[in-house]
Each structure stands twice: as structure tokens, then as C-alpha cells.
Ligand binder design. Sequence first.
Ligand SMILES: [Zn+2]
Length: 177
Amino acid sequence: MNDKQLSGEFTWSMLGDIGKGREHLGENMPVLVYRLFQYTMRATLVRAYGKDEMIRLFRESGRLAGEEFAKNVLDLQLDWNHFIAQMQSSLKDLQIGVLRFEEVDSNSGHMILTVGEDLDCSGLPISGECVCNYDEGFLAGILSVYTDKPYSAVEIDCWARGDRVCRFEADPKPGKD
Ligand SMILES: [Zn+2]
């Protein structure tokens, strides 16, 4: 164990050798288990810190996940079009969702991304609110690492609001979240 792990900081190696450890059960598990973890964690954070802080913490952990995912899994040397294709295929392979880039303004860096069949929210009862705060951070984290600009992303459509896909507006501005 290194110093970072001892201090509680995240390192990719913390995820362990899943295939080795789950020789018979395998690397996959039902979405139900992931959602049970996520939504009980959200409820517990709301109880402890209030809803705004829960949302902030989920975005922040999503961002850390996106940054580490980009650094450890994605090929950052690819040009933009190949990078987009790689992002789409890895999110699909990992069953996170079906990613599309709806708009990309190469001058301002403004983007609109959609995620279909999103892991976090597709099929949720309609609450009227966007709930994919982890995804907001995750997408922003990946874009920040690839573009080397501090990106933020805000979800504007969500299954939990009655939409069929989750839609995110991403901008290279610090401090928006
Ligand atoms: Zn959503």
C-alpha cells in the first residue's frame, strides 16, 4: 500500500484485480446493485449534509472518476474524432450508456452530449429533477483531462424528468459546478 492509499486518496490500483478475485462470479453484476449503492449513498449524504452538498459531492466524485478513467483507460493521444469514438465505445462496452455528441463548437469548446439508457437513471420514476450528478462530473472530468481545460457539465434533460435520454451541456469554464 502506498502513501496515497493510506491517506484515503483514490488510486486506480484500489480497484484491484476483479477477474482474479471473482473467479467464479465474474466481473459483472446487476445494475440493481449499482443503483442500490448509489441511491442509498445519495440518501445518506442528504441526511448528513443536505441535498445541495450531496449533489456537489456526487459531481466531485464523478469528476475524480472521469479524470482517473481518462488517464488510466482512454488513449489521450488520439485526435478529437477518434477520441470521441473511443469514449462512445468504452462507455458502451462498460454498459454505462449510449453516448452521442449532439453539438460541438470547436471555437468556444461548448458541447451538448446525450447518454441513452443511462446507468444511473434510465427507468427511474419521474421525480421532475435531473439526477445524474455523478455523470455530470464524470463527463466533465474526461473532457478536462483530454482538452487540458477545466470543463464543467450540467444535465439539462434526464429520464427522471420525463425525458428519454440524458442531455448534458459541457463548457470549458472553471467553477460552474
Ligand atoms: Zn439522467
